[in-house]
Design a protein around this ligand. Structure first.
Ligand SMILES: *[C@@H]1O[C@H](CO)[C@@H](O)[C@H](O)[C@H]1NC(C)=O
Ligand SMILES: *[C@@H]1O[C@H](CO)[C@@H](O)[C@H](O)[C@H]1NC(C)=O
Ligand SMILES: *[C@@H]1O[C@H](CO)[C@@H](O)[C@H](O)[C@H]1NC(C)=O
Ligand SMILES: *[C@@H]1O[C@H](CO)[C@@H](O)[C@H](O)[C@H]1NC(C)=O
Ligand SMILES: *[C@@H]1O[C@H](CO)[C@@H](O)[C@H](O)[C@H]1NC(C)=O
Ligand SMILES: *[C@@H]1O[C@H](CO)[C@@H](O)[C@H](O)[C@H]1NC(C)=O
Ligand SMILES: *[C@@H]1O[C@H](CO)[C@@H](O)[C@H](O)[C@H]1NC(C)=O
Length: 567
């Protein structure tokens, strides 16, 4: 089927003259179900909605993760172009993997709201804008990015949920789980402080039950507060590609559904739509919205509206013409439309009969799930900035494009420090042991400056030790002795394990933390090399590849005694 722009314009006009019914309903979670204001059950009937960014194929990029993104909610013309097609599909939600908080989203958000379409927004960005799988931290730069997005979208009535991560945790990396749970905890507290009713979610890769189920329970448990749920996600997404061709409930979904039978919060398929044996018939929609599954799952997100390629093939239900004006739908589109328009999940249980969630104690770590219930603290920007001002040797990036350099320099500086008998424990952490360095929540640029300063002190402030090939500068305002620097630094991070409700970064905009950080660009930095971040605009893998290993953490460098310790 092919629509020229004239047909499109006609469709768009037809849509806009429809009587503007009432405002889109607020969606509330009660127990593990979602309800509209009128008390009827709400199922997510959604589609992933984001053009794929640039994917640089390399051994480092087993997931085919893009390194750039196009914010689909900032493109008003594209949203009005696509809206009639989304309406034909009968969707009530779109999932978007990365957005740019400095852009204007009014046109898309308003158009979607008017059409009864909610958004599920992932807060991560490609590369350094997500929790790193290999060298994870939950740090001010990521928190601030997440908060800027939430602040940008706070004024819209159709944000259903924010995801704090997508496929960050893998079978061989379950030790990353505490960082993701800490993100959920802090984002939940932030949303509560803003009186936002948006849900906090995570989208998990599918995998063996012996870690997948433990992770689901870990994210929705509450280790500290019994039934407050303050560290628990509200909505768990499973990227599930188990149904292929014309399968059936028993062979595709029965086992997984049984595994989640007692789950305490909302669960849905954050991606679905197998492609390993095309054509995609989308008959799974009938199963997903049937009473066989509706007690556990609240619908799902078909992957994907736009074309997207993965190692497994080509996803996508429409093609957009080169001039961006014409939408051509595929047979996939027609089949999904037929299935979605026919599906209505059972309107049960009734909201009044459902009890609020209880939040169980967290799963105990074992050999297949190695996450500690001791979570990293809330990233403390004030403490990190205070500390940074005391440092004697600081990172001064030569370019604004420094996120790769930071990772390399941290490696170099930690290695040099190790040769001096120091270590990088203060900037590292370990989600398996549940131990987090005092600076683990700081911006990577501050971590780097800290290690540079330690090395500089370790060599008795030899000026040559504060160069790093032109990447560092001596801070003449630093305390004049190591011991004075130590005590100043220690007083900045007096309670490194504290959790609290984060506040918005001092100023908005992209690329600057706006906090007066005194390094060259006053901004944030990223410690990962850009290749092993979490999955954004994801091309999902059906199953675990086991490819992400090699935990070359900066914490591994070094031996014992530090010169500059934060006692
Ligand atoms: C967001 O958009 C602004 C304005 O176009 C651009 O300068 C900035 O680089 C973008 N940020 C990201 C993270 O893409
Ligand atoms: C670890 O615990 C999870 C439940 O939290 C369980 O599913 C898994 O089988 C356990 N692994 C082993 C090796 O016992
Ligand atoms: C990522 O790195 C760039 C510099 O390359 C920086 O401007 C940006 O703030 C960083 N983002 C985060 C979340 O650290
Ligand atoms: C940023 O740096 C990376 C690696 O150093 C490079 O590949 C990329 O092209 C640079 N981007 C810009 C905009 O300079
Ligand atoms: C974390 O600690 C565990 C248990 O001591 C260890 O096996 C693992 O290698 C550590 N991980 C990192 C990234 O250092
Ligand atoms: C900074 O460090 C990077 C990475 O080690 C190096 O490539 C670069 O030459 C250094 N100097 C400057 C001025 O960027
Ligand atoms: C990224 O992960 C791959 C394993 O999948 C590893 O070989 C590679 O060294 C990692 N790259 C970086 C820069 O950490």
């Amino acid at each position: 089927m092919r629509f020229g722009s004239r047909a499109l314009a006609a469709l768009a006009a037809a849509v806009s003259i429809l009587p503007n019914v009432s405002a889109i309903s607020k969606i509330t979670r009660t127990g593990r179900y979602l309800y509209k204001d009128d008390g009827s059950r709400f199922y997510i009937k959604g589609i992933a909605y984001q053009e794929q960014g640039v994917v640089v194929a390399s051994d480092d990029n087993a997931f085919g993760e893009p390194s750039t993104f196009v914010d689909p909610l900032a493109l008003g013309d594209a949203c009005s172009r696509d809206l009639p097609f989304l309406q034909q599909l009968g969707v009530n939600a779109v999932r978007v993997y990365s957005v740019n908080s400095s852009l204007n989203h009014d046109a898309c958000m308003q158009a979607f709201s008017n059409a009864g379409i909610y958004t599920i927004i992932d807060l991560a960005l490609p590369l350094n804008g997500s929790i790193d799988r290999i060298s994870p931290s939950w740090s001010t730069n990521i928190l601030d990015q997440y908060i800027r997005t939430i602040d940008t979208f706070a004024k819209y009535d159709n944000v259903l949920a924010y995801n704090v991560g997508n496929e960050v945790i893998l079978q061989d990396g379950t030790g990353v789980s505490p960082y993701v749970k800490a993100a959920a905890r802090d984002i939940k507290a932030y949303l509560a402080s803003k009186q936002s009713s948006a849900l906090v979610g995570y989208a998990a890769i599918n995998g063996a039950a012996n870690w997948r189920d433990a992770l689901a329970n870990f994210l929705s448990c509450d280790p500290s507060n019994g039934n407050s749920g303050s560290t628990a996600i509200d909505i768990y997404g499973l990227n599930d590609y188990e149904w292929c061709g014309n399968s059936n409930f028993d062979s595709a979904y029965a086992r997984t559904t049984a595994d989640y039978a007692g789950y305490n919060v909302v669960a849905y398929f954050s991606e679905f739509g197998c492609i390993t044996s095309p054509p995609r018939l989308w008959t799974e929609v009938g199963a997903l919205f049937s009473s066989q599954m509706s007690d556990v799952w609240s619908g799902g997100i078909a992957f994907s509206y736009f074309q997207a390629a993965s190692v497994q093939g080509q996803f996508g239900m429409v093609t957009i013409s080169e001039d961006g004006k014409t939408v051509t739908t595929s047979d996939d589109f027609g089949r999904l439309r037929d299935q979605y328009t026919a599906a209505t999940g059972p309107n049960s249980p009734s909201q009044g009969s459902v009890t609020a969630s209880s939040f169980p104690t967290c799963p105990t770590a074992n050999s297949t799930f190695v996450a500690s219930t001791n979570l990293p603290p809330t990233p403390n920007e004030a403490a990190c900035n205070c500390l940074e001002s005391t440092l004697s040797c600081r990172f001064t990036p030569a370019t604004t494009n420094y996120s790769t350099t930071v990772g390399e320099l941290i490696g170099t500086a930690c290695s040099l420090l190790g040769q001096q008998g120091g270590n990088c424990d203060d900037i590292g952490g370990n989600g398996t042991t549940g131990t987090y360095g005092r600076l683990s929540g700081c911006d990577p640029t501050i971590k780097l400056s800290f290690v540079m300063s330690q090395f500089y002190e370790a060599t008795n402030r030899n000026p040559a030790s504060c160069s790093f090939a032109g990447n560092a500068t001596i801070n003449t305002n630093a305390p004049s002795s190591v011991s004075a620097a130590n005590s100043a630094a220690s007083s900045c991070v007096s309670n490194p394990a504290a959790t609290f409700t984060p506040s918005a970064p001092a100023s908005g905009g992209s690329g600057s933390s706006g906090n007066g950080g005194s390094n060259g660009n006053g901004g944030n930095g990223g410690s990962n090399s850009g290749s092993n971040g979490s999955s954004n605009g994801a091309i999902p893998l059906v199953a675990q590849t086991g490819a992400i290993v090699g935990l070359v953490s900066v914490t591994l460098v070094g031996i014992a005694s530090a010169f500059m310790t934060l006692a």
